[in-house]
Write a protein that binds this ligand. Structure first.
Ligand code: HAM
Length: 435
Protein backbone atom coordinates (compact mmCIF):
# COMPACT_ATOMS: atom_id res chain seq x y z
CA UNK A 1 0.00 0.00 0.00
CA UNK A 2 1.37 3.45 -0.89
CA UNK A 3 1.58 6.40 1.49
CA UNK A 4 -1.71 8.32 1.57
CA UNK A 5 -1.53 11.63 -0.32
CA UNK A 6 -1.93 14.62 1.97
CA UNK A 7 -4.33 17.47 1.25
CA UNK A 8 -2.72 20.84 0.37
CA UNK A 9 -2.28 23.06 3.44
CA UNK A 10 -5.02 25.68 3.68
CA UNK A 11 -7.26 23.93 1.13
CA UNK A 12 -10.26 22.23 2.68
CA UNK A 13 -12.81 19.60 1.74
CA UNK A 14 -16.44 20.46 2.42
CA UNK A 15 -17.86 17.18 3.69
CA UNK A 16 -21.46 15.94 3.34
CA UNK A 17 -22.13 16.69 7.04
CA UNK A 18 -21.27 20.36 6.43
CA UNK A 19 -22.87 20.75 3.03
CA UNK A 20 -26.40 21.39 4.37
CA UNK A 21 -25.21 24.65 5.98
CA UNK A 22 -23.35 25.67 2.80
CA UNK A 23 -26.45 24.93 0.70
CA UNK A 24 -28.64 26.91 3.09
CA UNK A 25 -26.25 29.86 2.80
CA UNK A 26 -26.15 29.57 -0.99
CA UNK A 27 -29.92 29.19 -1.38
CA UNK A 28 -30.64 32.31 0.77
CA UNK A 29 -27.98 34.24 -1.17
CA UNK A 30 -29.18 33.20 -4.64
CA UNK A 31 -32.78 34.02 -3.78
CA UNK A 32 -31.97 37.47 -2.42
CA UNK A 33 -29.63 38.37 -5.28
CA UNK A 34 -32.34 37.43 -7.78
CA UNK A 35 -34.83 39.57 -5.84
CA UNK A 36 -32.50 42.57 -6.31
CA UNK A 37 -32.08 41.84 -10.04
CA UNK A 38 -28.56 40.34 -10.00
CA UNK A 39 -27.68 37.71 -12.62
CA UNK A 40 -25.14 34.93 -12.20
CA UNK A 41 -21.92 34.97 -14.21
CA UNK A 42 -19.22 32.28 -14.26
CA UNK A 43 -15.70 33.22 -15.23
CA UNK A 44 -12.53 31.09 -15.41
CA UNK A 45 -10.55 30.26 -12.28
CA UNK A 46 -7.30 30.96 -14.18
CA UNK A 47 -6.45 34.24 -15.94
CA UNK A 48 -3.33 35.88 -17.39
CA UNK A 49 -1.14 37.02 -14.50
CA UNK A 50 -1.02 40.49 -16.04
CA UNK A 51 -4.76 40.97 -15.36
CA UNK A 52 -4.34 40.72 -11.59
CA UNK A 53 -1.15 42.79 -11.58
CA UNK A 54 -2.89 45.61 -13.42
CA UNK A 55 -6.19 45.40 -11.55
CA UNK A 56 -5.16 44.74 -7.95
CA UNK A 57 -1.82 46.57 -8.01
CA UNK A 58 1.80 45.33 -8.06
CA UNK A 59 2.49 46.60 -4.55
CA UNK A 60 -0.42 44.96 -2.76
CA UNK A 61 0.14 41.91 -0.55
CA UNK A 62 -2.17 39.90 -2.80
CA UNK A 63 -0.10 40.45 -5.96
CA UNK A 64 3.29 40.80 -4.28
CA UNK A 65 3.15 37.81 -1.94
CA UNK A 66 0.06 35.67 -2.31
CA UNK A 67 -0.65 34.72 -5.92
CA UNK A 68 -0.50 31.16 -7.23
CA UNK A 69 1.34 31.91 -10.46
CA UNK A 70 2.72 29.34 -12.88
CA UNK A 71 3.93 29.02 -16.43
CA UNK A 72 1.70 26.76 -18.49
CA UNK A 73 2.86 24.36 -21.19
CA UNK A 74 2.59 27.11 -23.78
CA UNK A 75 4.99 29.31 -21.78
CA UNK A 76 2.33 31.80 -20.63
CA UNK A 77 2.26 33.17 -17.10
CA UNK A 78 -1.11 32.30 -15.60
CA UNK A 79 -2.51 32.83 -12.10
CA UNK A 80 -5.24 31.12 -10.05
CA UNK A 81 -7.67 33.95 -9.34
CA UNK A 82 -7.11 35.57 -5.93
CA UNK A 83 -10.46 37.40 -6.29
CA UNK A 84 -13.27 37.67 -8.83
CA UNK A 85 -13.66 41.38 -9.65
CA UNK A 86 -10.75 41.50 -12.12
CA UNK A 87 -12.02 38.43 -14.02
CA UNK A 88 -15.57 39.75 -14.20
CA UNK A 89 -14.36 43.12 -15.54
CA UNK A 90 -12.16 41.27 -18.06
CA UNK A 91 -15.20 39.20 -19.13
CA UNK A 92 -17.34 42.33 -19.63
CA UNK A 93 -14.62 43.88 -21.80
CA UNK A 94 -13.78 40.74 -23.81
CA UNK A 95 -17.45 40.00 -24.52
CA UNK A 96 -18.24 43.58 -25.58
CA UNK A 97 -20.79 43.96 -22.77
CA UNK A 98 -20.00 47.53 -21.73
CA UNK A 99 -20.89 50.19 -24.36
CA UNK A 100 -23.19 52.16 -22.08
CA UNK A 101 -24.91 49.04 -20.73
CA UNK A 102 -25.43 48.36 -17.05
CA UNK A 103 -25.00 45.02 -15.33
CA UNK A 104 -25.84 43.56 -11.95
CA UNK A 105 -23.78 40.39 -11.63
CA UNK A 106 -22.80 37.82 -9.07
CA UNK A 107 -20.43 34.89 -9.05
CA UNK A 108 -19.73 32.04 -6.61
CA UNK A 109 -16.51 30.13 -6.59
CA UNK A 110 -13.13 29.36 -5.07
CA UNK A 111 -10.34 31.96 -4.85
CA UNK A 112 -6.66 31.27 -4.15
CA UNK A 113 -4.19 33.21 -2.00
CA UNK A 114 -0.94 31.87 -0.58
CA UNK A 115 -1.49 33.25 2.94
CA UNK A 116 -0.47 31.67 6.24
CA UNK A 117 -3.42 29.33 6.92
CA UNK A 118 -5.28 29.62 10.22
CA UNK A 119 -8.92 29.51 11.37
CA UNK A 120 -10.89 31.69 8.95
CA UNK A 121 -7.95 32.22 6.61
CA UNK A 122 -7.37 29.68 3.89
CA UNK A 123 -5.36 29.29 0.68
CA UNK A 124 -8.41 28.14 -1.23
CA UNK A 125 -11.52 29.93 0.01
CA UNK A 126 -14.93 30.58 -1.48
CA UNK A 127 -16.43 33.95 -2.24
CA UNK A 128 -19.81 35.16 -3.41
CA UNK A 129 -18.83 38.18 -5.44
CA UNK A 130 -21.45 40.81 -6.28
CA UNK A 131 -20.86 43.62 -8.80
CA UNK A 132 -23.05 46.52 -10.02
CA UNK A 133 -21.48 47.95 -13.17
CA UNK A 134 -22.59 51.18 -14.85
CA UNK A 135 -24.11 53.21 -12.00
CA UNK A 136 -22.17 56.13 -10.51
CA UNK A 137 -23.99 55.97 -7.16
CA UNK A 138 -24.52 56.78 -4.38
CA UNK A 139 -27.99 55.15 -4.78
CA UNK A 140 -26.50 51.83 -5.95
CA UNK A 141 -23.88 51.97 -3.15
CA UNK A 142 -26.70 52.21 -0.60
CA UNK A 143 -28.79 49.50 -2.26
CA UNK A 144 -25.84 47.12 -2.35
CA UNK A 145 -25.14 47.69 1.34
CA UNK A 146 -28.86 47.25 2.13
CA UNK A 147 -28.76 43.93 0.23
CA UNK A 148 -25.87 42.71 2.37
CA UNK A 149 -27.61 43.78 5.56
CA UNK A 150 -30.82 42.02 4.51
CA UNK A 151 -28.86 38.83 3.74
CA UNK A 152 -27.38 38.71 7.26
CA UNK A 153 -30.93 39.10 8.64
CA UNK A 154 -32.29 36.30 6.44
CA UNK A 155 -29.43 34.03 7.44
CA UNK A 156 -30.11 34.79 11.10
CA UNK A 157 -26.59 36.15 11.75
CA UNK A 158 -27.19 39.92 11.73
CA UNK A 159 -26.73 40.30 15.48
CA UNK A 160 -23.18 41.37 16.30
CA UNK A 161 -22.09 42.04 12.68
CA UNK A 162 -20.76 45.58 12.40
CA UNK A 163 -20.69 47.60 9.18
CA UNK A 164 -17.78 49.99 8.71
CA UNK A 165 -17.72 52.47 5.83
CA UNK A 166 -15.31 55.09 4.53
CA UNK A 167 -14.54 57.11 1.43
CA UNK A 168 -11.13 56.94 -0.25
CA UNK A 169 -11.92 59.95 -2.47
CA UNK A 170 -10.55 60.16 -6.01
CA UNK A 171 -6.98 59.28 -7.05
CA UNK A 172 -6.22 63.04 -7.17
CA UNK A 173 -7.46 63.81 -3.66
CA UNK A 174 -5.73 60.67 -2.43
CA UNK A 175 -2.43 61.82 -3.94
CA UNK A 176 -2.53 65.04 -1.89
CA UNK A 177 -3.41 63.07 1.23
CA UNK A 178 -0.65 60.55 0.53
CA UNK A 179 1.95 63.33 0.65
CA UNK A 180 0.69 64.49 4.06
CA UNK A 181 0.63 60.92 5.35
CA UNK A 182 4.19 60.18 4.13
CA UNK A 183 5.43 63.37 5.83
CA UNK A 184 3.80 62.25 9.09
CA UNK A 185 5.09 58.66 8.86
CA UNK A 186 8.64 59.81 8.02
CA UNK A 187 8.57 61.94 11.15
CA UNK A 188 7.87 58.70 13.11
CA UNK A 189 10.01 56.39 10.97
CA UNK A 190 12.09 55.07 13.86
CA UNK A 191 8.94 53.59 15.46
CA UNK A 192 7.58 51.91 12.31
CA UNK A 193 7.74 48.12 12.07
CA UNK A 194 9.48 46.47 9.08
CA UNK A 195 6.23 45.89 7.20
CA UNK A 196 5.12 49.50 7.60
CA UNK A 197 8.54 50.76 6.51
CA UNK A 198 8.22 48.70 3.34
CA UNK A 199 4.68 49.97 2.79
CA UNK A 200 5.79 53.54 3.38
CA UNK A 201 7.72 53.56 0.13
CA UNK A 202 5.38 51.48 -2.05
CA UNK A 203 1.86 51.95 -0.67
CA UNK A 204 1.73 54.27 2.37
CA UNK A 205 -2.06 54.13 2.81
CA UNK A 206 -1.70 50.46 3.68
CA UNK A 207 0.28 51.40 6.79
CA UNK A 208 -3.11 52.44 8.22
CA UNK A 209 -4.26 48.85 7.77
CA UNK A 210 -1.48 47.38 9.95
CA UNK A 211 -2.71 44.84 12.49
CA UNK A 212 0.43 45.20 14.65
CA UNK A 213 -0.66 46.52 18.10
CA UNK A 214 2.62 48.46 18.39
CA UNK A 215 1.61 50.50 15.35
CA UNK A 216 -1.80 51.50 16.69
CA UNK A 217 -0.62 54.65 18.48
CA UNK A 218 1.19 55.99 15.42
CA UNK A 219 -1.82 55.16 13.21
CA UNK A 220 -4.16 56.91 15.64
CA UNK A 221 -2.18 60.14 15.30
CA UNK A 222 -1.99 60.05 11.47
CA UNK A 223 -3.79 62.68 9.40
CA UNK A 224 -7.22 61.55 8.20
CA UNK A 225 -8.15 60.94 4.58
CA UNK A 226 -11.67 62.18 5.34
CA UNK A 227 -10.21 65.65 5.98
CA UNK A 228 -8.75 65.69 2.45
CA UNK A 229 -11.73 64.52 0.42
CA UNK A 230 -12.60 66.46 -2.75
CA UNK A 231 -16.06 68.12 -2.63
CA UNK A 232 -17.71 65.54 -4.99
CA UNK A 233 -16.47 62.59 -2.97
CA UNK A 234 -17.62 64.30 0.23
CA UNK A 235 -21.11 64.87 -1.28
CA UNK A 236 -21.19 61.25 -2.52
CA UNK A 237 -20.29 59.94 0.94
CA UNK A 238 -22.79 62.20 2.74
CA UNK A 239 -25.58 61.12 0.37
CA UNK A 240 -24.68 57.46 0.95
CA UNK A 241 -24.86 57.95 4.74
CA UNK A 242 -28.26 59.72 4.38
CA UNK A 243 -29.66 56.85 2.34
CA UNK A 244 -28.35 54.21 4.73
CA UNK A 245 -29.98 56.03 7.64
CA UNK A 246 -33.23 56.34 5.65
CA UNK A 247 -33.44 52.54 5.21
CA UNK A 248 -32.40 51.83 8.79
CA UNK A 249 -28.96 50.33 8.08
CA UNK A 250 -26.61 50.99 11.00
CA UNK A 251 -23.01 51.75 10.16
CA UNK A 252 -19.87 53.21 11.67
CA UNK A 253 -17.59 55.54 9.76
CA UNK A 254 -14.05 54.18 10.07
CA UNK A 255 -11.75 56.86 8.64
CA UNK A 256 -8.86 54.37 8.66
CA UNK A 257 -10.55 51.73 6.53
CA UNK A 258 -8.37 51.59 3.38
CA UNK A 259 -8.78 48.03 1.94
CA UNK A 260 -5.98 45.88 0.58
CA UNK A 261 -6.58 46.15 -3.17
CA UNK A 262 -5.54 49.20 -5.20
CA UNK A 263 -8.59 49.65 -7.42
CA UNK A 264 -10.93 51.41 -4.99
CA UNK A 265 -12.31 54.95 -5.40
CA UNK A 266 -14.65 56.69 -2.97
CA UNK A 267 -16.94 54.25 -1.11
CA UNK A 268 -15.34 51.33 0.75
CA UNK A 269 -17.01 49.12 3.35
CA UNK A 270 -16.60 45.97 5.40
CA UNK A 271 -18.80 43.88 7.71
CA UNK A 272 -16.86 42.72 10.74
CA UNK A 273 -17.59 39.80 13.06
CA UNK A 274 -17.65 40.30 16.82
CA UNK A 275 -14.35 38.45 17.30
CA UNK A 276 -10.90 39.91 17.53
CA UNK A 277 -8.18 39.21 14.99
CA UNK A 278 -7.32 39.89 11.42
CA UNK A 279 -9.75 37.26 10.08
CA UNK A 280 -12.90 39.01 11.24
CA UNK A 281 -14.16 40.56 7.96
CA UNK A 282 -16.99 38.50 6.50
CA UNK A 283 -17.74 40.72 3.52
CA UNK A 284 -15.83 43.62 2.01
CA UNK A 285 -15.98 45.82 -1.02
CA UNK A 286 -16.14 49.23 -2.56
CA UNK A 287 -16.40 51.40 -5.62
CA UNK A 288 -13.88 51.00 -8.44
CA UNK A 289 -14.72 53.71 -10.97
CA UNK A 290 -11.27 53.73 -12.62
CA UNK A 291 -10.67 49.99 -12.99
CA UNK A 292 -12.56 49.25 -16.18
CA UNK A 293 -10.75 51.97 -18.17
CA UNK A 294 -7.47 50.88 -16.58
CA UNK A 295 -8.07 47.38 -17.99
CA UNK A 296 -8.80 48.69 -21.46
CA UNK A 297 -12.63 49.01 -21.34
CA UNK A 298 -14.81 52.08 -21.76
CA UNK A 299 -14.66 54.21 -18.63
CA UNK A 300 -17.57 52.86 -16.51
CA UNK A 301 -18.36 53.40 -12.83
CA UNK A 302 -18.82 50.25 -10.74
CA UNK A 303 -19.13 48.99 -7.19
CA UNK A 304 -19.18 45.56 -5.59
CA UNK A 305 -18.35 43.38 -2.65
CA UNK A 306 -17.29 39.83 -1.90
CA UNK A 307 -18.43 37.62 0.97
CA UNK A 308 -16.09 35.08 2.53
CA UNK A 309 -18.25 31.94 2.44
CA UNK A 310 -16.25 29.89 5.01
CA UNK A 311 -16.44 32.76 7.52
CA UNK A 312 -20.18 33.25 6.97
CA UNK A 313 -20.93 29.53 7.12
CA UNK A 314 -18.94 29.37 10.39
CA UNK A 315 -21.06 32.26 11.69
CA UNK A 316 -24.29 30.45 10.70
CA UNK A 317 -23.01 27.32 12.48
CA UNK A 318 -22.11 29.28 15.62
CA UNK A 319 -25.37 31.21 15.79
CA UNK A 320 -28.05 28.77 14.65
CA UNK A 321 -26.30 25.38 14.43
CA UNK A 322 -25.80 23.03 11.49
CA UNK A 323 -28.44 22.91 8.81
CA UNK A 324 -28.90 19.30 7.80
CA UNK A 325 -29.39 18.33 4.16
CA UNK A 326 -33.00 17.16 3.62
CA UNK A 327 -33.50 13.47 4.57
CA UNK A 328 -35.16 11.04 2.15
CA UNK A 329 -38.97 10.95 2.15
CA UNK A 330 -39.09 7.18 1.94
CA UNK A 331 -36.62 4.46 2.95
CA UNK A 332 -37.22 1.18 1.11
CA UNK A 333 -36.56 -2.02 3.06
CA UNK A 334 -36.22 -5.17 0.95
CA UNK A 335 -36.67 -8.72 2.25
CA UNK A 336 -36.33 -11.97 0.33
CA UNK A 337 -34.83 -13.11 -2.96
CA UNK A 338 -37.84 -12.32 -5.14
CA UNK A 339 -38.22 -8.89 -3.54
CA UNK A 340 -34.53 -8.12 -4.12
CA UNK A 341 -34.97 -8.93 -7.79
CA UNK A 342 -38.03 -6.71 -8.15
CA UNK A 343 -37.47 -3.79 -5.77
CA UNK A 344 -35.38 -1.68 -8.14
CA UNK A 345 -37.97 -1.91 -10.91
CA UNK A 346 -40.78 -1.00 -8.50
CA UNK A 347 -38.96 2.00 -7.05
CA UNK A 348 -37.78 3.24 -10.46
CA UNK A 349 -41.46 3.26 -11.51
CA UNK A 350 -42.36 5.20 -8.35
CA UNK A 351 -39.54 7.70 -9.07
CA UNK A 352 -41.08 8.32 -12.50
CA UNK A 353 -44.55 8.78 -11.02
CA UNK A 354 -43.39 11.01 -8.14
CA UNK A 355 -40.30 12.85 -9.46
CA UNK A 356 -40.11 15.22 -6.50
CA UNK A 357 -40.01 12.55 -3.79
CA UNK A 358 -36.68 11.32 -2.41
CA UNK A 359 -36.46 7.51 -2.17
CA UNK A 360 -33.55 5.71 -0.55
CA UNK A 361 -33.57 2.09 -1.63
CA UNK A 362 -31.68 -0.28 0.67
CA UNK A 363 -28.80 -1.55 -1.46
CA UNK A 364 -26.48 -4.42 -0.69
CA UNK A 365 -28.94 -6.51 1.32
CA UNK A 366 -28.71 -6.98 5.09
CA UNK A 367 -31.09 -8.49 7.57
CA UNK A 368 -34.43 -6.92 8.40
CA UNK A 369 -33.25 -5.41 11.70
CA UNK A 370 -30.14 -3.84 10.19
CA UNK A 371 -32.19 -2.38 7.35
CA UNK A 372 -34.65 -0.81 9.82
CA UNK A 373 -31.73 0.66 11.74
CA UNK A 374 -30.53 2.29 8.50
CA UNK A 375 -34.08 3.45 7.77
CA UNK A 376 -34.27 5.12 11.20
CA UNK A 377 -30.87 6.72 10.78
CA UNK A 378 -31.76 8.12 7.36
CA UNK A 379 -34.32 10.45 8.94
CA UNK A 380 -37.06 9.40 6.47
CA UNK A 381 -40.59 9.70 7.87
CA UNK A 382 -41.81 6.57 6.05
CA UNK A 383 -40.49 3.07 5.30
CA UNK A 384 -41.75 0.92 2.46
CA UNK A 385 -41.28 -2.80 3.00
CA UNK A 386 -40.99 -4.90 -0.12
CA UNK A 387 -41.02 -8.56 0.96
CA UNK A 388 -41.58 -11.87 -0.81
CA UNK A 389 -44.82 -12.48 1.16
CA UNK A 390 -46.20 -9.05 0.32
CA UNK A 391 -45.25 -9.37 -3.36
CA UNK A 392 -47.06 -12.73 -3.53
CA UNK A 393 -50.20 -10.90 -2.39
CA UNK A 394 -49.63 -7.93 -4.80
CA UNK A 395 -49.01 -5.44 -1.95
CA UNK A 396 -46.22 -3.43 -0.32
CA UNK A 397 -46.15 -2.68 3.43
CA UNK A 398 -45.73 0.88 4.75
CA UNK A 399 -44.56 1.94 8.20
CA UNK A 400 -44.27 5.48 9.58
CA UNK A 401 -40.85 5.88 11.25
CA UNK A 402 -41.06 9.11 13.19
CA UNK A 403 -44.24 8.47 15.16
CA UNK A 404 -46.01 5.58 16.87
CA UNK A 405 -48.25 4.25 14.15
CA UNK A 406 -49.32 0.91 12.78
CA UNK A 407 -47.99 -0.74 9.67
CA UNK A 408 -50.39 -0.79 6.71
CA UNK A 409 -50.46 -2.32 3.25
CA UNK A 410 -51.00 -0.83 -0.16
CA UNK A 411 -51.76 -2.58 -3.49
CA UNK A 412 -48.79 -2.31 -5.86
CA UNK A 413 -51.10 -0.99 -8.61
CA UNK A 414 -51.95 2.05 -6.43
CA UNK A 415 -48.55 2.50 -4.78
CA UNK A 416 -47.87 6.16 -5.73
CA UNK A 417 -51.18 7.35 -4.29
CA UNK A 418 -50.66 5.10 -1.24
CA UNK A 419 -47.22 6.65 -0.59
CA UNK A 420 -48.71 10.17 -0.90
CA UNK A 421 -51.39 9.38 1.68
CA UNK A 422 -49.00 7.59 4.07
CA UNK A 423 -46.47 10.44 3.87
CA UNK A 424 -49.17 13.04 4.55
CA UNK A 425 -50.43 11.02 7.54
CA UNK A 426 -46.90 10.35 8.88
CA UNK A 427 -46.03 14.05 8.74
CA UNK A 428 -49.35 14.98 10.42
CA UNK A 429 -48.85 12.49 13.24
CA UNK A 430 -45.20 13.59 13.63
CA UNK A 431 -46.20 17.27 13.86
CA UNK A 432 -48.95 16.51 16.39
CA UNK A 433 -46.51 14.45 18.50
CA UNK A 434 -43.94 17.27 18.42
CA UNK A 435 -46.36 20.04 19.43
P1 HAM B 1 -11.25 41.07 -0.12
O1 HAM B 1 -11.40 41.95 1.05
O2 HAM B 1 -9.87 40.73 -0.53
O3 HAM B 1 -12.03 41.75 -1.33
O4 HAM B 1 -12.02 39.72 0.15
C1 HAM B 1 -13.42 39.71 0.42
C2 HAM B 1 -13.74 38.74 1.53
O5 HAM B 1 -13.22 37.45 1.22
C3 HAM B 1 -13.16 39.09 2.89
O6 HAM B 1 -13.97 40.00 3.59
C4 HAM B 1 -13.14 37.74 3.57
O7 HAM B 1 -14.40 37.46 4.14
C5 HAM B 1 -12.89 36.77 2.43
N1 HAM B 1 -11.47 36.36 2.39
C6 HAM B 1 -10.43 37.04 1.89
N2 HAM B 1 -9.28 36.33 2.02
C7 HAM B 1 -9.61 35.17 2.62
C8 HAM B 1 -8.87 33.99 3.01
N3 HAM B 1 -7.57 33.86 2.79
N4 HAM B 1 -9.56 32.98 3.62
C9 HAM B 1 -10.90 33.08 3.84
N5 HAM B 1 -11.64 34.15 3.47
C10 HAM B 1 -11.01 35.18 2.87
C11 HAM B 1 -12.10 41.22 -2.58
O8 HAM B 1 -11.77 40.10 -2.86
C12 HAM B 1 -12.75 42.14 -3.59
N6 HAM B 1 -12.71 41.48 -4.90
C13 HAM B 1 -14.16 42.49 -3.17
C14 HAM B 1 -14.85 43.37 -4.16
C15 HAM B 1 -15.76 43.00 -5.08
N7 HAM B 1 -14.65 44.68 -4.29
C16 HAM B 1 -15.40 45.14 -5.29
N8 HAM B 1 -16.08 44.12 -5.79
Amino acid sequence: MGEPIQPIKGMNDVLPEEIGTWQYFEACTRELLAAYGYEEIRVPIVEHTELFKRAIGEHTDVVGKEMYTFTDRGGESLTLRPEATAGIVRALISNGLLRGQRHKLWCLGPMFRHEAPQAGRYRQFWQVDVEAVGWPGPDVDAELIALGTRLWERLGIASGLRLEINSLGTPESRRAYRERLVEYLLAHEARLDADSRRRLTVNPLRVLDSKNPQMLEIIAGAPLLSEHLDPESRAHFDALCDRLRAVGVSYEVNPRLVRGLDYYHRTVFEWIMPVSGAQNAVCSGGRYDGLIAQLGGESTPAIGFAMGVERLVARVLAVRGAVRAAPPDVYVVVSGARAEAQALELIERLRSERPRLRFELNLGGGNFKAQFRRADKSGAPLALIIGDDELARGVVAMKPLRAESVQSECPIAALAAGVDAALAAATRVHRAAAS
